[in-house]
Write a protein that binds this ligand. Structure first.
Ligand SMILES: Cc1cc2nc3c(=O)[nH]c(=O)nc-3n(C[C@H](O)[C@H](O)[C@H](O)COP(=O)(O)O)c2cc1C
Length: 317
């Protein structure tokens, strides 16, 4: 289970901060990487498309400066997320930008494609593909992904329904490459648990919504800090694909979270309409009970590190 060179020894905590639609921006990614975890963002968050070039430039400059000033405490690598779905008309352009800037890690979701993997490999980058079951995991590796992100039940945004224990066990039976686990991970203890199950790294999403740098409304951040697992609903209404969302955001939007209609999966898209939907209906995983306050991203990573160290000590591992 050796990590590839781009990750091996490059993290101060075995974790990747996951991409968050609308919410992740250069400020958050830079803070995450400086704190020693992989920071990531969906390429689609840079709007218009031309802004992606500027964002990548900004992130590279900031991390290079940090590394010059802190040779003993270098930043973690960053990752760009590509939504590999037919509704994403920017994919070719956005992949070209990753090639231009040699983005060290590309996270692909909602579809695996050989040409995207080849483009990232052309400059020595790696791809991690997110999956919700073992069948998709096998397909992703067949198509050339270097690693897998297993998204279990309880994850924020698009989530699966499988137990993390079952999912990691089945993937590990045949895959010994880089494997991450995502879904309700919001403590250092949970990151250690992911490793105990067989994953190399934890994948942390929703907890980063309640950070100063996140591009989310203050009410959304506060709701993450105030809520717990009981406040999450699983529905396909927002994008056509099932995911987890805050009950309170449906209520604020005038909808009854207990009587949501089913959506038509063929209508899924990431155009303007869905951007609007995600602004009003707030995604979140079930792990947010661990999030008590809105804090700088560096403080969140510091908490995770402390908990991770304490859990290791407690278990003597
Ligand atoms: C608000 C929100 C937006 C998300 N947007 C994306 C996205 O654009 N691309 C993606 O691959 N995953 C996206 N995700 C899923 C996360 O990358 C990750 O799988 C998930 O957050 C992990 O579970 P957790 O939130 O319980 O930590 C999103 C999740 C949330 C909560």
């Amino acid at each position: 289970m050796a990590l590839p060179p781009v990750l091996d020894g490059k993290l101060s905590l075995p974790a990747i901060a996951s991409p968050l639609f609308i919410i992740s921006n250069p400020a958050l990614v830079i803070a995450q990487c400086k704190a020693g975890v992989v920071g990531s963002f969906p390429a689609l968050n840079a709007r218009p498309a031309a802004q992606l070039d500027e964002w990548l430039h900004e992130i590279r400059e900031a991390l290079a400066e940090h590394d010059r000033d802190n040779p003993d405490n270098p930043s973690a690598p960053y990752a760009v997320n590509q939504i590999v779905h037919r509704s994403n008309e920017r994919l070719e352009h956005d992949v070209e930008m990753c090639v231009k800037h040699k983005a060290p890690i590309v996270i692909t979701s909602l579809g695996a494609r050989v040409d995207v993997n080849d483009a990232v490999h052309s400059y020595g980058g790696i791809t991690l593909h997110d999956v919700i079951n073992n069948t998709y995991a096998k397909k992703a590796i067949e198509k050339g992904a270097d690693g897998l992100i297993a998204i279990a039940t309880g994850a924020g945004g698009h989530a699966g329904t499988l137990s993390p224990i079952a999912l990691i066990q089945e993937i590990r039976e045949w895959f010994d490459g880089p494997l991450l686990l995502g879904g309700a991970i919001a403590t250092g203890d949970a990151i250690l648990a992911a490793q105990a199950m067989g994953a190399d790294l934890g994948y942390v999403g929703s907890a980063f919504i309640a950070t100063d740098e996140a591009r989310a409304q203050p009410e959304y951040k506060q709701m993450i800090a105030d809520c717990g697992a009981d406040d999450i609903v699983y529905t396909n209404l927002v994008t056509g694909v099932h995911g987890n969302y805050l009950r309170g955001s449906f209520e604020l939007a005038g909808m009854d979270p207990d009587a949501l209609p089913e959506s038509d999966p063929t209508k899924m898209d990431f155009g303007q309409d869905k951007t609007k939907a995600w602004k009003d209906i707030w995604g979140s995983g079930q792990g947010i009970g661990a999030v008590k306050n809105v804090v700088p991203a560096a403080d969140l990573v510091a908490r995770l590190k402390e908990e991770y160290a304490a859990a290791k000590k407690r278990l003597a591992v």
